[in-house]
Design a binder for this molecule. Structure first.
Ligand code: URA
Length: 280
């Protein structure tokens, strides 16, 4: 066996073996950390959105009130504008047109190639909301067209759903640069459009993929592993009835952690059974 002695040789060996990060002495549960970070982002986004809505309600009486919640590239005014624009949209096409003219998420809009709005019919019975667009989605302006999308299509097909019949979108409409996660303000400014999208499509079942979408839309906290397999409801003041909703492991996560596919399969079967209940 070849003995590697030169530090550069050893480093090259690590890189070839797929090591791309220096680790500490103590083991770290990175999934738990990711869950906590996502929960914090979602809670912060919710706070910003609430602050903007309170401010909006106060505006006619007292004039613009400054609420301190600016987050990288996103101002309170942008969130207020998002709430107004999204609320005025009557159809998915209206919503897309409003979002295409919206300039309130500069931190993402200045680097993204395209708006990644949605895919699928506006009268779909099943709606899937993911996290944020990757490079393939950014290039094509369509959600879930990369590797994660290919797996998503297979997951849907495994329970008899054709991707073409499912409405698919994300919690964030523009690709963050450099593979970073979305900031709380970016999630908050997109949220009114996502909420309106759900109101308009009014699906029988809403599936949120991964921690960020599950935390921000289903108002749940904690690691996604504790949320999948449970049923929730999604409702806004404008809706006449609650929508049945559940979280599911994100296909990007399943690509990296194939051992979790077994549990995802069980969750998918529960979704299939729920769809059958709606048909009965
Ligand atoms: N991951 C997502 O969450 N959304 C996409 O559109 C693609 C990958």
């Amino acid at each position: 066996m070849e003995i590697l002695e030169h530090p550069q040789q050893i480093l090259s060996w690590y890189i070839a073996a797929g090591v791309d990060e220096a680790m500490g002495e103590e083991p770290l549960d990175r999934y738990a950390l990711a869950g906590e970070a996502a929960a914090k982002r979602a809670a912060q986004a919710e706070k910003m959105l609430k602050a903007a809505e309170v401010d909006r309600a106060a505006m006619p009486k007292s004039g613009p009130v400054s609420v301190q919640a600016a987050d990288e590239g996103v101002s309170e005014d942008s969130i207020k504008k998002a709430v107004q624009l999204a609320g005025a949209a009557k159809t998915i096409d209206d919503l897309r047109t409003s979002l295409a003219s919206f300039d309130g998420c500069a931190s993402l809009q200045k680097t993204a190639m395209n708006l990644v709005f949605s895919d699928g019919p506006a009268d779909a019975k099943v709606m899937v909301i993911g996290d944020l667009p990757g490079s393939d989605e950014d290039r094509q302006g369509v959600p879930f067209v990369g590797d994660g999308g290919i797996l998503l299509n297979k997951m849907l097909a495994s329970i008899g759903l054709d991707r073409a019949d499912v409405f698919v979108a994300n919690t964030v409409f523009w690709r963050p640069p450099g593979k970073r996660s979305a900031y709380a303000g970016e999630i908050a400014v997109c949220l009114p459009f996502v909420e309106r999208m759900i109101e308009i499509v009014d699906p029988q079942i809403l599936i949120t993929l991964g921690g960020p979408a599950t935390h921000s839309l289903l108002a749940q906290q904690g690691n996604i592993s504790k949320l999948v397999g449970r049923w929730f409801t999604y409702e806004t003041p404008k809706m006449s009835h609650p929508i049945t909703a559940c979280g599911l492991y994100h296909p990007d996560f399943l690509i990296k952690s194939p051992a979790m596919k077994r549990q995802a399969w069980a969750n998918l079967l529960a979704i299939q059974a729920k769809i059958a209940e709606f048909k009965a």
